[in-house]
Design a protein around this ligand. Structure first.
Ligand code: AKG
Ligand code: FE2
Length: 339
């Protein structure tokens, strides 16, 4: 006779449920709602981002307090899910990441208000033109690639821009239109250190892992590996985790086996969230890695659509490698040549 041993489930993100009414006050200032046509560039203007900073005091109190607690103490799942954000009337999903349009301003403002409570929203020059708020929509060119605009492949578990010296501390995904097949997957470092043996955890604290720089950051060149770094920093009780199941290798056989062991554990021990319109998922990029299940795009204006922003705790460390809110760090050969 078989005995079934229940596998402990991965904790779900901490959930805060709100209603559209709770978000009424979190709206772009009147003088900033309609002047988008006057901008000659396609990104958000700084007064808009600053207004979002002040609007943190207008957040629903439960959301505000959850953000404060999440920034202070994290959560064992590594993520916070705010439901019921008012995203306004959602136009058809654009066929590719699009320029910002006035009808997006309400959802962008809500996203940036939450972002500003956690730190400073930024974009990365090589990704989506450096926009601070990016559209994550399936594109025909990317269906099978390991990029956020993919669709019919599993997006493998990763720390956002694992290779980057100014990687975001938080990743915010606001869903404007969901797809029931597309689950955002999350695996928390707290679960990892609980389920791996201490010897493996000790190896993870050693600088024996290299991460390939994402193609898009290398102007088309590939196979540029970053310097050896640990997967874990801090302590076992307060760890910070960097991992990429696709782009990371060990510097020796034992470290390489550790990468595979971690990937294997995460592949069967993680949380899944199917985002619906009005869901805002805040991922602590130091505590959790994320991915996405495959889904089938239709390219007819009804596809899944997320708005995303990245948050760094402080703009100062990237000062020499940043223009406004766009981080411009150059990698690999170009960096050495000063190109
Ligand atoms: O589509 C998702 O749920 C996550 C995609 C992703 O990895 C990202 O936007 O960074
Ligand atoms: Fe990602």
């Amino acid at each position: 006779m078989f005995q079934t041993v229940a596998r402990p489930t991965h904790p779900a993100p901490l959930q805060i449920v709100t209603s559209a009414d709770d978000w009424r006050a979190v709206a772009p200032p009147l003088d900033q709602r309609d002047h988008l046509d006057h901008l000659d560039h396609l990104d958000l203007d700084e007064p808009f981002v600053n207004a979002a900073g002040s609007a943190a005091r207008l957040l629903p109190p439960a959301v505000h307090d959850a953000l404060v607690a999440f920034a202070d103490r994290g959560h064992r799942s590594g993520a916070l899910l705010i439901r019921g954000v008012d995203v306004g009337a959602v136009p058809p999903t654009p066929p590719r990441p699009a320029a910002h349009r006035p009808e997006h301003r309400r959802s962008e403002f809500a996203l940036l208000t939450v972002a500003r409570r956690l730190g400073q929203p930024v974009g990365y020059a090589p990704e989506h033109g450096g926009h601070v708020v990016q559209d994550i929509v399936p594109t025909p060119e990317s269906t099978g690639r390991q990029v956020s605009t993919s669709s019919d492949v599993e997006l493998m578990f990763h720390t956002e821009t694992a290779f980057h010296p100014h990687r975001p501390r938080y990743l915010l995904l606001l869903c404007l239109r969901g797809d029931p097949a597309a689950a955002t997957t999350l695996a928390s470092v707290h679960e990892l250190v609980r389920h791996l043996d201490p010897r493996t955890v000790a190896i993870m604290f050693e600088p024996r892992f290299r991460t390939a720089v994402d193609e898009s950051f290398l102007g088309g060149r590939t196979n540029e590996l970053g310097p050896p770094r640990p997967l874990l920093e801090g302590t076992v009780d307060e760890p910070s985790f960097v991992f990429d199941a696709d782009l990371m290798v060990g510097t020796d056989t034992e470290a390489d086996a550790t990468v595979r062991e971690v990937a294997e554990l995460i592949s069967h021990h993680h949380a899944s969230v199917v985002l619906e319109a009005g869901d805002l998922l805040v991922i602590d990029n130091n505590l959790a890695v994320h991915g996405r299940s495959p889904f089938t795009p239709r390219f007819d204006g009804t596809d899944r659509w997320l708005q995303r922003t990245f948050v760094v705790p402080d703009l100062a460390p990237s000062a020499g490698e940043r223009t406004g809110r766009v981080i411009t760090t150059v990698f690999g050969r170009d960096a050495i040549l000063g190109a």
